[in-house]
Ligand binder design. Structure first.
Ligand code: ADP
Length: 493
């Protein structure tokens, strides 16, 4: 028996997944790690804890399944995107904690970039909007604010990268300093057409190209993991959302997946020619099996499953996230009750950081259950908001939405989503699309699989079809739009 192992380095936990040669997912190990919040708006991870937990789950996986390391054909890596580390080239010691994608400390650098007129240049080259979310300003912050960092950069003593680069450098015993196109495309310093680091943005930010990794195709050899005397090739690497798109076999133009996790992340494959959004979506590189660049439009919803956590942890009106399914199915249809979970402002397509959460349409007989149902439905409404602009920007009508992530197990939510979109919602048998994606990329380069095999490995668990009339759909959605409008610009600037 031969295996592929996929390492899924997420924002809150490190996971390792065992896949056999038939593409069957055999086992998963997971370990959470520490979230560090040094100041309001700052989020950090300890890069060594990330590495430690990742190695631990790898070891647990092979030990508990009695795997001989020689039988591991290849390793795939998928990771939280944008999170940035700088480390010493010789010792491998990070010079500062990893600055996480959620960290807002560099907003002032972004404001300056905007006032210096860089917005359209950055969008044209990188496909992104200027935001502290991406790696570029995090790199600049570390270089300028960590003791001795500038000096070390000048003397070429340090290396920089996203989490994939950090892991690979360590797994290969400091041999490979590399990243893949999908991770590079989230740094805000990578030209997604020429496929190289952008000199103008680098010069503006004072980041030397010499500290950056070399960039290669997601399905290629990134070096070898030296484990107990065995050399295991790392043959697949991709950022988590692009990995999920690949894992869901969205290989053709117009195919879309939505991951319902803490937030929702929608990606549409738009093929080999680039398109820019006029409605606040990002353009980003996605994985291709043939080494030619392919693009995706991406829209993110900040608060999705997190709103369900709010019901559980803050309001304490449910015990488990999954309770929302039965409660929502059992009560009558809502009459114009909406929860807008704009706890952190609103992302695509509104981009209003001053919007705040609100509940609309309560009557004397509204209770806990109505609030629960309206909160659950808000995941579907926010998804519809992104799908609407995706259709406009791509000029492609979406007929089917592939779903994954924890909250896609909620049948009420999936049916409501199908009703609201008026298209099919397809839930796969394996909802671990993110980890499967990196595994597939590794498998393709190791010649274990090809695109056809991956397509045929897409078992379907359920397809939800729309069961409501157009007029009803329009009525429901108009109510939502109206509710959102009333939350916009709520707090004073
Ligand atoms: P992440 O990878 O972002 O941590 P997961 O994909 O593990 O997220 O999904 C967990 C999120 O989904 C949590 O926010 C949780 O509240 C929500 N969730 C999990 N199961 C359900 C369910 N059955 N119904 C609704 N929400 C759910």
């Amino acid at each position: 028996m031969k295996y592929i192992i996929s390492l899924d380095q997420g924002t809150t936990s490190s996971r390792a997944i065992l896949i056999d040669e038939e593409g069957i997912l055999l086992d998963i190990k997971q370990k959470e790690f520490t979230q560090i919040f040094p100041k309001k708006g700052w989020v950090e991870h300890d890069p060594k804890e990330i590495l430690r937990t990742q190695l631990k789950v790898f070891e647990d996986l092979i030990k508990s399944n009695s795997i001989n390391p020689k039988d591991i054909i290849s390793i795939g890596i998928t990771n939280q995107r944008e999170t940035t580390v700088i480390w010493d080239k010789e010792t491998g010691e990070p010079i500062y904690n990893a600055i996480v994608w959620q960290d807002k400390r560099t907003s002032y650098i972004c404001d300056k970039m905007k006032s210096d007129g860089l917005e359209s240049y950055v969008k044209e080259k990188t496909g992104l909007v200027i935001d502290s979310y991406f790696s570029a300003t995090k790199l600049k912050w570390i270089i300028e604010n960590v003791d001795g960092a500038k000096e070390k950069v000048k003397k070429n003593q340090v290396l920089a990268g996203t989490i994939d680069s950090w892991l690979i450098y360590n797994l290969t015993s400091f041999e490979s300093h590399v990243t893949d196109f999908t991770n590079a495309s989230r740094t805000m310093i990578f030209d997604i057409i020429k496929l190289k680091w952008d000199k103008k943005i680098l010069d503006y930010l004072g980041i030397p190209a010499s500290i950056l990794p070399s960039v290669q195709s997601s399905s290629s050899n990134f070096g070898n993991f030296k484990y107990n005397g065995v050399s295991i090739p790392i043959n697949g690497v991709a950022g988590d959302q692009q990995s999920a798109l690949f894992g869901q076999a969205c290989f053709e133009e117009g195919m879309v997946k939505n991951t319902y996790g803490t937030g929702c992340f929608l990606l549409m494959n738009i093929g080999k020619s680039i398109k820019y959004s006029k409605n606040g979506l990002l353009t980003t590189l996605c994985c291709s099996a043939d080494h030619k660049p392919e693009y995706a439009l991406e829209g993110s919803v900040f608060v999705a499953g997190a709103a369900i956590q709010w019901l559980r942890d803050s309001l304490q009106i449910i015990d488990n996230a999954s309770d929302t399914e039965k409660i929502s199915s059992d009560i009558a249809e809502l009459e114009q009750v909406y929860v807008v979970p704009a706890f952190a402002g609103l992302g695509a397509p509104y981009w209003d950081m001053y919007s705040r959460g609100a509940i609309f349409g309560l009557t004397r007989d509204s209770g806990r259950n109505e609030i629960i149902k309206a909160t659950l439905e808000s995941l579907a409404y926010q998804t519809k908001d992104v799908i609407e602009v995706m259709e406009k920007d791509s000029a492609i009508k979406i007929n089917s939405l592939r779903v994954d992530g924890g909250a896609c197990l909620n049948n009420y939510l999936m049916q409501f989503q199908a009703d609201l979109l008026g298209c099919d919602v397809v839930r796969p048998e394996i909802i671990e699309s993110t980890a499967m994606g990196a595994g597939y990329l590794a498998g393709i380069h190791s010649s274990s699989w090809d695109i056809q095999k991956i397509k045929s490995n897409q078992g379907i668990n359920s397809v939800f079809n729309s069961k409501i009339k157009n007029e009803k759909r329009t009525l429901l959605y108009e109510g939502w739009k109206d509710a959102v409008k009333r939350t916009l610009n709520w707090i004073k600037k």
